[in-house]
Design a protein around this ligand. Structure first.
Ligand code: NAD
Ligand code: DAU
Length: 355
């Protein structure tokens, strides 16, 4: 038995593969990743020499490759993380989001359908396609509105969110029309080890350590629900093991916070763990031009996954953010390696326009 993971060299995918294989009894993983700017083999360095991990450098849009991998490894499940994932990049250039998140998911679904159709008996009954999606598909909430449930309408606002919503619709339709045994998860904002420093939390950590400005979009009162990545991974394992086919499961941390509070919390932790002689890190906070179409608030109602599958997050924000800051402090070589020329170009161009 094997599972096929897509996007397993990215932030959440690599955490998932590492956590999965931390169990000595776990099934082997075939890890298909195109190694875009966000994919990083270093995230998987701990698996060097581990025969249970087979890394394949390739694109989910490559149907011939998918067919070959499915025929060769005959996975009992497919866990689909691969995506373009950064909202700001989707505003600068939506094309890659349409290609990978929509067309790529379509190609993967078609390959999975052909593979599943070729299975029989118990193998066919046990097969699962788990699609990893986001709370951003639900749109934005007002201050007093109830948190998103699985019954909320899809109202995506950014090109990224729209491309993920489109992929969710495809997954739903492949179940409804063809009977493909799918599961969809919609999760809130993740943070933790191996997150590429274009997203708020790692960006603030690496900039603060370098004494650079900490850019807060607009008034910084946009609210997100933050979940430690290890908790997202355990939720996905629960859904894969016990989720009902065709169902959607929201995953969240019960942990809504405005961006300003997140940035201040990181500054305080860094001041404690790595004091700066120049003064408190909060002095580096800079308010910059807002993100176009910026969603004001996300909040996840994660009662369904708790009720049906018994899952709840283990980390609070306080424990999760402390682990995360400590990880970045202890992994300076990883941080230096990801700050390549293309990363520096992105930061320079994107933030120059907000100045
Ligand atoms: P990421 O950008 O860190 O990683 C994406 C990975 O996918 C990279 O390794 C990249 O190389 C790979 N990839 C991209 N295009 C590919 C293609 N065409 N073929 C094969 N591989 C390709 O993303 P992440 O933050 O780890 O997110 C993973 C998934 O979880 C995404 O589907 C995202 O929408 C979803 N999600 C993310 C969050 C979050 O807070 N980061 C929250 C909820 C859901
Ligand atoms: O909600 C789940 C989503 O969370 C995932 O689907 C996405 O893949 C993931 O990138 C994330 O999207 P966000 O846009 O919420 O994440 P980001 O880290 O880019 O931004 C978090 C908040 O911080 C958001 O309100 C924008 C703000 N922000 C972000 C950056 C990069 C800033 O104020 N300054 C910044 O420099």
């Amino acid at each position: 038995m094997t599972i096929l993971v897509t996007g397993g060299a990215g932030f959440i995918g690599s955490n998932f593969v590492l956590d999965w294989l931390a169990d000595a009894a776990a099934e082997p993983v075939v890890n298909l990743d195109a190694l875009t700017y966000a994919g990083n083999r270093r995230n998987l360095a701990a698996l060097e020499g581990d025969a249970r991990h087979v890394f394949v450098h390739g694109d989910i849009g490559d149907r011939a490759l998918l067919d070959r991998l499915l025929a060769e490894h005959r996975p009992r499940a497919l866990v689909h993380f691969a995506a373009e994932s950064h909202v700001d990049r989707s505003i600068h250039g939506p094309g890659a989001f349409i290609k990978t998140n929509i067309e790529g998911t379509f190609t993967l679904l078609e390959a999975a359908r052909a593979h599943w159709n070729g299975l029989a008996g118990d193998a066919k009954a046990a097969f699962r396609f788990l699609h990893v999606s986001t709370d951003e598909v639900y749109g934005s909430l007002g201050p007093g509105e109830p948190a998103f449930t699985e019954a909320n309408p899809c109202q995506p606002n950014s090109p990224y969110a729209a491309s993920k919503a489109a992929s969710d619709h495809l997954v739903r339709a492949w179940h409804h029309t063809y009977g493909l045994p799918v599961l969809t998860t919609n999760c809130s904002n993740n943070y933790g080890p191996f997150q590429f420093p274009e997203k708020l939390i790692p960006l603030v950590i690496v900039n603060a350590l370098a004494g650079k400005p900490l850019p807060i979009y607009g008034d910084g009162m946009q609210v997100r629900d933050w979940l430690y990545v290890g908790d997202h991974c355990s939720a996905i394992r629960a859904v894969l093991a016990r989720g009902r086919c065709g169902e959607v499961y929201n995953i969240g941390g019960w942990n809504e916070k405005p961006n300003r509070d997140i940035v201040h919390a990181i500054c305080a932790l860094l001041d404690e763990l790595r004091p700066d002689a120049a003064g408190p890190r909060a002095r580096l906070i800079t308010h910059v031009k807002d993100r176009p179409g910026h969603d004001r608030r996300y909040a996840i109602d994660a009662r369904k996954i708790e009720r049906e599958l018994g899952w709840r997050p283990r980390q609070t924000f306080e424990t999760g953010i402390r682990r995360t800051v400590q990880w970045y402090l202890e992994n300076a070589a990883w941080v230096a390696a990801v700050q390549s020329g293309s990363y520096r170009d992105w930061v320079a161009t994107h933030y120059a326009a907000r100045g």
